[in-house]
Ligand binder design. Structure first.
Ligand SMILES: [Cu+2]
Length: 498
């Protein structure tokens, strides 16, 4: 009788717990944290070497313009107002819709161009250069301007630590032939500018190519040239030496537009969202013509979505709308692409729409900050939501966070390329991954790239080899994650390649 009563009690306890256990699919779909306020719309986000986010884009009312303020968010403090610092922009440059990249060595943010107001009218370009120094939280105007004004340009960190900048507009739409900045430039480490005057193109980064001036999708390729994937599917190679040489590839992929993200998810391999829900992989490893293969279909056409390479090399796409920058077709669900299976999975739903001027960025704890949207658009999104991917959760359906391995020892000084280094953790390390710190705006993270660093044998101390060359892994700061045998990542250590 006593045993029977205990059995009844156990059944009762199980019935109470079971619905709770089954209630969460966070280990399969991930989960969004609470919607939280931001002091500005974070149109542009960059992960600084100390793990904080530098963001800019609007004033504190959410109106267009970054001449007044920029914001620093410290994820370690949380999502309350005390985690944000709103600082005055004293440079007299409106960095709204500028180009951004990291400066190798310091990890500081290079912000190039942005907006200008001429005779009371916005949306002209400027040619000014600013550097955000995260050691002292200061945005500092540089003395050497670009030759060309650029609004919506792209900056690419080169293997030698210089930066190439391409695209953007000089003037408002209707001003005439000088509207587009179709000659790229290279910024030397000393701040001097060199025009790539032989590589002028209205197709690769100008008026045509599907508005290819609009944040050109460009990456350093494994051969050390820039690979440029135009919104309309055309492809070019830009050799940045001397006055520049631009070569058009015969290969073309399907049409897209400037609202769709593309991201380098593995060395020399880019996942690109195209029109009609399609995704493709563009492989630029061969050195010859790029090779395009299908990456299947998403559930929705996601204009103004963001694609983020997660700590495990999967690509997570969130936000967007099937109806451009309007709420009618807003997509709250997110989707996760697995490069091993080449399959998409529908993941968690956000609380609110992320449309034009929204952004997403991987954080050192393996979660993703999503935020912004608006200026202009139907919502003024002075807010963000953090997405926690499936790998952070216990697999029992409890929806609880899993205990994480911890890195005890990793390099604190700069590492070279093809260099062996050791990592120690508090439990057996089953996998090591490396993700370049991100810089994202307008559905394009121009800095991020992912590496799997093979280990010979599982142990608490493993030796891995850094990426082979600076073309494959440009100099700068990377997030180093170790994974335990249950597939749970550590919080990343920031390491520097150089
Ligand atoms: Cu913009």
């Amino acid at each position: 009788m006593k045993i029977f009563l205990i059995w009844i009690q156990l059944v009762a306890i199980f019935l109470t717990i079971a619905p709770a256990l089954a209630a969460s699919d966070a280990h399969l779909k991930g989960k969004f944290g609470p919607l939280h306020d931001w002091p500005i719309i974070p149109i542009a986000m960059m992960l600084m070497p100390d793990g904080r986010i530098f963001a800019y884009g609007t004033d504190t009312e959410g109106d267009q313009g970054a001449k007044l303020h920029y914001v620093i968010w410290n994820p370690l403090i949380g999502i309350g107002a005390n985690a944000f610092k709103t600082l005055p922009n004293t440079t007299n440059t409106d960095i709204f819709c500028g180009a951004q990249a990291f400066i190798p060595g310091s990890g500081h943010a290079l912000i190039i161009g942005g907006d200008a107001t001429v005779a009371g009218e916005r949306n002209y370009g400027n040619n000014q250069v600013n550097i955000f120094n995260s050691d002292v939280d200061a945005l500092v105007r540089q003395s050497k301007n670009m030759v060309y004004k650029r609004w919506y340009g792209t900056a690419v960190t080169l293997a030698n630590g210089e930066h190439a900048i391409l695209g953007g507009r000089s003037n408002r739409y209707w001003v005439g032939p000088s509207t587009y900045s179709s000659i790229p430039e290279v910024r030397a480490k000393n701040g001097n500018w060199r025009s790539l005057s032989s590589a002028r193109s209205d197709i690769a980064y100008g008026e045509y190519g599907g508005d290819s001036w609009f944040y050109p999708r460009a990456w350093l390729n494994p051969q050390g040239n820039l690979f440029i994937l135009s919104h309309n599917g055309m492809m070019h190679k830009l050799n940045t030496s001397g006055t520049g040489t631009l070569t058009k590839y015969a290969t073309k992929t399907s049409n897209s537009d400037f609202t769709m993200p593309s991201v380098m998810f593995a060395p020399g391999r880019i996942l690109s969202l195209r029109k009609n829900r399609a995704a493709v992989i563009v492989n630029i490893n061969g050195g010859g013509e790029p090779v395009v293969t299908s990456a299947g279909l998403l559930t929705k056409n996601r204009q103004h979505s963001n694609a983020t390479v997660l700590a495990n090399g999967q690509v997570w796409v969130n936000g967007g709308s099937t109806t451009d920058n309007t709420l009618a077709g807003k997509v709250l669900t997110s989707e996760l692409w697995n490069p091993v299976t080449n399959k998409w999975t529908t993941t968690a739903s956000a609380a609110t729409a992320r449309l034009y001027h929204s952004a997403s960025i991987l954080l050192p704890d393996g979660s993703v900050l999503t935020g912004g949207g608006g200026a202009e658009g139907p919502l003024t999104q002075l807010n963000g939501e953090i997405y926690y991917p499936p790998y952070l959760f216990k697999k029992d359906g409890s929806g609880e966070f899993e205990f994480r391995p911890e890195i005890i020892d990793a390099p604190t000084s700069m590492i070279g390329w093809a260099e062996d280094f050791s990592i120690q953790a508090d439990e057996t390390i089953a996998k090591v991954t490396l993700v370049r710190a991100g810089a994202v705006t307008h559905s394009f993270n121009s800095e991020t790239r992912f590496f799997n660093l093979p280990i010979l044998r599982r142990s608490t101390i493993v030796t891995v080899r850094s990426p082979a060359t600076a073309n494959i892994a440009p100099p700068g700061v990377y997030l180093l994650f170790v994974w335990n045998e249950e597939g749970i990542p550590s919080i990343a250590r920031m390491i520097e390649l150089g």
